[in-house]
Each structure stands twice: as C-alpha cells, then as structure tokens.
Ligand binder design. Sequence first.
Ligand code: UGA
Length: 435
Amino acid sequence: MQLAVIGVGHVGLVTAACFAELGHQVVAVDQDTARIEGLQHGKMPFYEPELEPLVRRHLASQRLRVTTTIAEGVRQAQLIFICVGTPQRPDGSADLAAVEHVVCDIAQHLSDYRLIIEKSTVPVETGHWIERTLQRHVKAGVEFDVASNPEFLREGTAVHDFLHPDRIVLGVSSARAQQLLLQLYAPLKAPIVTTDVKSAELIKHASNAFLAMKISFINAIAQVCERVGADVTDVAEGMGLDPRIGRAFLNAGLGFGGFCFPKDLEAFIRIAEQVGYDFTLLKAVKQINEDQKRHFVRRIESALWVLSGKTIGVLGLAFKAGTDDMRFAPAIDIVRGLCEVGATVRAYDPQALSIANGLFRGLPVTLCNDPYAVAEGADCLAIVTEWPEFKTLDFARLKSLLRQPTIVDGRNLLDPEALRALGFQYVGIGRENPT
Ligand code: UGA
C-alpha cells in the first residue's frame, strides 16, 4: 500500500521504517529540513536501537522516501498518518497546533479519497476536530475518513514493539476505513481491537495512565517497605505472580520520566477536568512520582549525613536504559536537587552525554566519559538509570577510586549482598534502611 507519514520524530520515523519493512511504500514528511537532509544521508535524528539499519535498508530499497513537502506524500498515499508532536502547554494540556497545521496542509492537497489516521498521542475528540477541519478545507466532493490508530511503542524497544505488537487498536467510523487498516496490518499477526474513534483515543490515555499508576503504586509500597524494613522487590515478585496483577511495571525506583507518561498523565487529568471529572487518582499518581525524586536525594543524604561539599557520582542520565532521551528524566531533578544543597556532581551516561551537556550549564556538574572517571574522588555512586552494563562494572576498582565506598541504587539494579561482601555501604529503594 502507499502511505504517507507526517512527522519524523520518534513515533513517525519508527512507524515509517517499520511499514516499509512490512512491504509498504512510504513517504515520510517533516518540515525540518536539516532532519530530512540528515536522514537522506542515513543520519538518525535520535538514538533508537535497530532503527538505523532499518531506515538505511529501506532508503536503499526505495520503499522509504523522506521529503519536506506534504504534497508529495499526500499525492500518492492512500493512507496518511499524522505523527507530529503534541507538546505540553503551561497548563498541562496538549498543544495541538502542529496537528491542526498539518491537517489544513493535507486538506489543500486532497483530490480524491484518503484515510487520515492520527497516531500522535492526542486528547479524546481530536479525531472529531480533524474531521471538522478537513470538511472546512477540502475541495467540494472529495471524500475522506479519519481514524485513530494509537501507538504503544516504548523508546529503546520501539522497532521490536512495532513489529511484534501485543495488540493493534483501530478506531474507525466507516467500513472502508476499517478494511484499509486491516489490509495495512495484515502482515502482523496480532489481536486487533476495532472501536469507534473516541474509544481508541481513550485506550491510549487509559493505558499510559494505568502503567504510570502501577509505577506510583509500587513506589508508595517502597516507602512503606523502607519504614518497616521489608524488601519491595520481594513484595513485587509476590504480587506479580498473580496474573490479575502481573509483574511488569512494578519496579520501584525514581519514578517515571520521558516524554510520554508525565505529559500524557497531565493531559489526561486536564481532559477529565474539562469534561467535568476530577481524576484525583491520577493526581495522586503524579504527586507520588514527584516525591520519589526528592526522596532519592534524601536517601543519598541519609547515607552520607551531610551533602554540602560532597561529590556525588551519578551513573545514568537518560530517563531509562536504551535511549539518549532526557526529556522529563528523573536525573534532571536529582542532579539539580543535589546541587541545590551544595553537592558537586560527576556524571556518566552511555548515550545521553551530548544531550546532558546543554542541560546543566552553570551547575557544578562534570560530565565524564566512563563510570570509573565518575567514581574518582566521589563520596558515593548514585545509580539513576538502569543501564544493564552498570551491573557488570569492576566494583573493586570503583571502590578504590571512591572517597567513600557507598552506592545508592535508585533502580534496585545491583546485588546488595555482593556489594556488601566487597565492603560497600549499599542503599536501594524500598529495600534497606540506610544506617
Ligand atoms: C511508554 C509506554 O510504555 C508505551 O506503551 C507508550 O507507547 C509510550 O509511553 C508512548 O506513549 O509513546 P516509554 O515512555 O518509552 O513508553 O517508556 P516506558 O518503558 O514505559 O517507561 C516509562 C518510565 O517509567 C521510565 O522512566 C521508566 O524508568 C519508568 N518505569 C517503568 C519504572 O520506574 N518502573 C517500572 O516498573 C517501569
């Protein structure tokens, strides 16, 4: 099938490359000339495992083309995916200016039937607004349908998630739209949920909000564990074996970050408010998440007594492993929190160093090229991102470089017993009381 994907951010580029992989002809459009020129030379605008070879392969096979002109995409494509950004406005709601702009642009170039599909995470009823906007701007007699096909891609595993989905949600308002989408996804063997457009939009909101709630729930349990001397990882294990609960997303830590959960949660709270429902449950989820970062700084403080004048080695800056993304990363608040109380920070991340470079200007933060450089002269190591490679560091060497052999593990990544056997003071989240 012939497709256009408008917006080559994280969602758009993965979507475009993966549809090409499934055998479709895809034109990916973005107004950012530098980004498109970079892509034409095989340069990725962000780090996402498995994406670069896929993009390069399909640029070469010509199943994927990239351009800055919407007209080029709309002219040939039967299906047009909207994947532009929906950033957060100061009041927490989603800014839909880019979506509206793209819809108007698409409308100008429509000459016969097209299916326009929203894939960006958008508030419920956006589909309805897209339809109204198109009706206002398309030439008389030109038919179209609007559908919602939310994505459930995680950064770091987005290509795998796209090609092996646990479900595909199709929000449609006509049999024609449904048929086109079923044909599009036919190569993927996954359960398909077909709904009306608004329900599909809500499935996305509800899924992200529910996952965020699971994380805040286990972080709240971690707080209780610390107070009574229980271990949250054991509690999560015991809970998770119940198939009604499930073990996934019960890892206590520093709270959720990234450009999806914090933003989507805030937007969902606003949407509920606008339709007259006070979603107090989600407000508590947000509050627990904020507290968890402050709690981590306090955890470091209780391990070291006084933070002022101390040097903290931070391992990991990205909001989670497998990405260079630092948007809403817990590391930002944690590093700032440490500096506010007079500590100095040395930090390392396998992917996010160049992004971090611009974020901590004016603060006493030194970015280092490896974990051992971080440890040099530091009073403690703080694990902030769960990069698997941190598990296999040479801890005896790290101990010899540290001023004090202390590790505060914000992701419960490391083995407390092994570290204690090496002579470290180990402090986890919801695991042990620091002495
Ligand atoms: C999330 C969803 O998982 C995707 O299904 C969705 O498509 C995407 O948002 C989106 O809306 O676009 P993502 O933000 O990439 O994906 O990352 P997750 O793996 O879900 O992690 C989110 C945050 O929760 C991270 O900061 C992670 O460290 C934290 N987390 C996750 C925990 O603290 N504990 C857990 O048990 C799991």
